[in-house]
Design a protein around this ligand. Structure first.
Ligand code: FES
Ligand SMILES: [Fe+2]
Length: 326
């Protein structure tokens, strides 16, 4: 089976909800590429439509079109697409009744954690949490990052524990301990989990943890490209939803929503995002230098050590799902 066929029956994020809202106000659709398929995303009277980004008339790119109360309009001859991508009007022939052959192929969607998710196949959504903020927790979603590496490489890097004192030493405070604790990996529905405790801090450089504070981190991996990391701060819970959306075998889009207790004083959304972006820049440099640009499950050319237990479990899970390059 090809890369796309193997991954088609799952949900992946394709946009931030806040970007879709802003684009709709500006009268624009959004564009995305998922598993090699160009998609157009628009809203019509509150309903989200994700559809093929290609006009059935003469192949114009619909993401170059305009959005209004009536839906999405193709910029070439003005065909109008409404709910579920149904063609609603041909301006050159307003009397034509049967427009079904001009309908767009659209896909199912879910909103969760500030992101819009879609499946190109028969995916069932694994519930990851509420759409937006809750009473007790803030939700801050950094802008998505285009990555010149596979989704597998990105997610594997996120669950890696021994890179912290090398890659993030000048980003996190108290990030110098190089010796890693032993930890166990356990199976959970749709993936696996692991947790460890360490003195490696999670505050920005210059902000110390309370004396002798030990940081507990618990990570869950769901299906291929969702890694959820709970970090227990001194004053509450902080959760990163690291999701990589596969564009191709060697490219992905990296989504990074963070949900955290309102008891944490981490500053404004802009400040939280600025720090996330610094952490992401550290990781991006490494993941884009790794070769090959995907996790090669057919080869044993990459050796592992004890702290890689999560990555070894990840590769085993991916092999079980029938994948060879991820
Ligand atoms: S190409 Fe879209 S209306 Fe003609
Ligand atoms: Fe990292």
């Amino acid at each position: 089976m090809s890369y796309s066929q193997n991954l088609i029956d799952y949900y992946y994020p394709v946009a931030r909800l806040q970007d879709l809202d802003a684009a709709t106000v500006a009268g624009k659709p959004l564009a995305a590429v998922l598993l090699g398929k160009p998609l157009v995303i628009y809203k019509i009277r509150g309903e989200v439509v994700v559809a093929d980004d290609r006009c059935p008339h003469r192949g114009e790119m619909l993401s170059a079109g305009a959005v209004s109360e009536a839906g999405l309009q193709c910029p070439y001859h003005g065909l109008q697409f409404a709910h579920l991508g149904a063609c609603a009007r041909i301006p050159a022939h307003p009397q034509v009744q049967n427009l079904r052959r001009f309908d767009l192929h659209s896909y199912q969607t879910v909103e969760s954690n500030g992101l819009l998710w879609t499946s190109l196949g028969a995916g069932t959504f694994y519930d990851l949490g509420p759409e937006r903020e809750t009473e007790s927790q803030r939700l801050v979603v950094a802008p998505p990052v285009n990555v010149n590496a596979s989704a597998g490489r990105q997610v594997e890097g996120f669950m890696d524990i021994s890179h912290l004192p090398f890659v993030h030493r000048t980003t996190f405070n108290e990030c110098t301990t190089e010796i890693m604790p032993a930890y166990k990996v356990e199976s959970v529905e749709g993936g696996f989990s692991f947790e460890y405790t360490s003195s490696l801090g999670n505050y920005p450089l210059g902000h110390s943890s309370p004396k002798d504070f030990m940081w507990r981190r618990a990570c869950r991996i769901h299906f291929h490209f969702i890694a959820i990391l709970d970090i227990y701060f001194p004053d509450g819970l902080f959760t990163i939803f690291n999701c990589a959306s596969p564009v191709s075998e060697e490219q992905c889009v990296w989504f990074y929503p963070i949900r955290f207790d309102k008891s944490l004083s981490l500053g404004s959304d802009e400040e939280v995002n600025a720090f996330s972006e610094k952490v992401q820049r550290d990781d991006l440099a490494v993941v884009e230098r790794q070769r090959p640009r995907y996790v090669d499950l057919t080869s044993d050319s990459e050796q592992s050590f004890g702290a890689d237990a999560a990555s070894v479990a990840y590769r085993k899970m991916l092999r079980t799902l029938g994948l060879c390059k991820v």
